[in-house]
Design a protein around this ligand. Structure first.
Ligand code: ZN
Length: 372
């Protein structure tokens, strides 16, 4: 499983948290049912937004990245997200990117504009088969998400940067195509293929590629297209995307300045398990709204569950354990799993008996990641 990680300059807002909790649930479920999961997550520790933020704040870009990565890992740990098998940085992966770009060059899939190199998304690469958008929609979204469809010299407006020549006062690394740095899409393609394609199947390289739904286009579409040229195979057997998190009826975004950070909420005294519970109280694929009310409800349910689990005798636990496992098996239906838990807490607090609290507590920890 490959899940696209953060660019370390605004870690970790609730949207990130929702995405990584979702993939943590998949990881936990697969491990619990006996699969060996090799889970890779990248960290885009060199990219335009990181350099822009460092410049704005008058800090050194790699120090900003290091501090944000540390904050992110702390947040993930607090939220009960198990660490991936490999966290892989973009900077440490530059040799992998250079190798991949060389292969693309040999196959005639890249071309230069000035000293930058672009990957050509031709129909043979299956481009467009993931997002299923019209050309005009793709061009709009591409320009909103860091692409430049209008750039003079492009073979096709949706071709993407794979190697950017070093700019004045910016970092660069030596490579056969001149000093520069990787484009974002080829970074993920190269890392996913290097770490995970040893598990490849006849027609697919990896089992799951994941991320937030804002990555479907252009990011995962581009990665998929590049992987086709590099390997002749489909990048992933399953593309899994988590919905976006809004705040009080509005989209949560950098430009609106309404990002809620996990670290801030925890500093203000929010129980990280209540945050996790609240994020799981709605389905992972849905675009969801965050509100204080959602958090308060989560705190109340969690409190009841803690009290119920500490009772000397508890309601029968076998059915609730089965219900939780079944709900998760059904496309991670966490709202249903949490409703079963609430019902169990209620029956226990009403005085029903016959169960084993420690068995339920273990299952809630293993599958839902709630340490109580
Ligand atoms: Zn990615």
């Amino acid at each position: 499983m490959y899940v696209c990680g953060i660019t370390p300059y605004d870690a970790t807002h609730l949207g990130h948290a929702a995405t990584y909790v979702s993939f943590d649930l998949i990881n936990r479920y697969l491990c619990a049912q006996g699969s060996k999961v090799e889970y890779v997550q990248n960290i885009t520790d060199i990219d335009d937004p990181l350099l822009e933020r460092a410049h704005r704040d008058g800090v050194v870009w790699n120090e900003l990245a290091a501090s944000q990565i540390q904050l992110f890992r702390g947040d993930m740990q607090a939220l009960g997200v198990l660490a991936p098998t490999h966290y892989v940085g973009a900077v440490e992966s530059i040799p992998l990117v250079i190798d991949a770009v060389e292969i693309l060059k040999d196959r005639g899939a890249i071309y230069s504009i000035e000293n930058d190199y672009y990957f050509h998304n031709s129909p043979e690469t299956g481009f467009g088969g993931l997002a299923h958008l019209e050309q005009s929609e793709m061009e709009i979204i591409f320009s909103q998400r860091g692409g430049n469809p209008a750039l003079v010299g492009k073979l096709s407006p949706l071709d993407c940067l794979v190697w950017m020549a070093q700019r004045e006062n910016e970092p660069g690394w030596p490579g056969a195509l001149g000093a520069g740095r990787p484009g974002w899409h080829i970074e993920c393609t190269a890392i996913a293929m290097h770490y995970l394609s040893k598990h490849s199947q006849e027609n697919t390289l990896i089992d799951i590629q994941g991320g937030g739904s804002d990555l479907v286009f252009p990011h995962h579409e581009m990665c998929r297209s590049q992987a086709r040229v590099l390997s002749g195979k489909e990048l992933a057997a399953h593309y899994v995307h988590a919905g976006m998190i809004g705040l009080d009826g509005e989209k949560m975004s950098k430009s609106k300045g309404n990002l809620l950070l996990v670290s801030t909420l925890i500093e203000q005294g929010t129980d990280p398990m209540a945050l996790r519970y609240a994020l799981m109280s709605q389905h992972y694929r849905q675009d969801r709204m965050w509100s204080l009310q959602l958090l308060v409800q989560a705190e109340e349910s969690l409190n009841k569950l803690r009290i119920a689990l500490s009772m000397p005798s508890v309601h029968e636990t076998r059915s609730v354990c089965t219900e939780i496992a079944d709900a998760l098996a059904d496309d991670l239906d966490t709202p249903r799993a949490l409703r079963s838990l609430q019902k169990w807490s209620h029956l226990t607090l009403e005085g029903s008996s016959g169960g084993d609290a420690s068995k339920l507590q273990d299952l809630v920890d293993t599958l839902l990641g709630l340490s109580l």
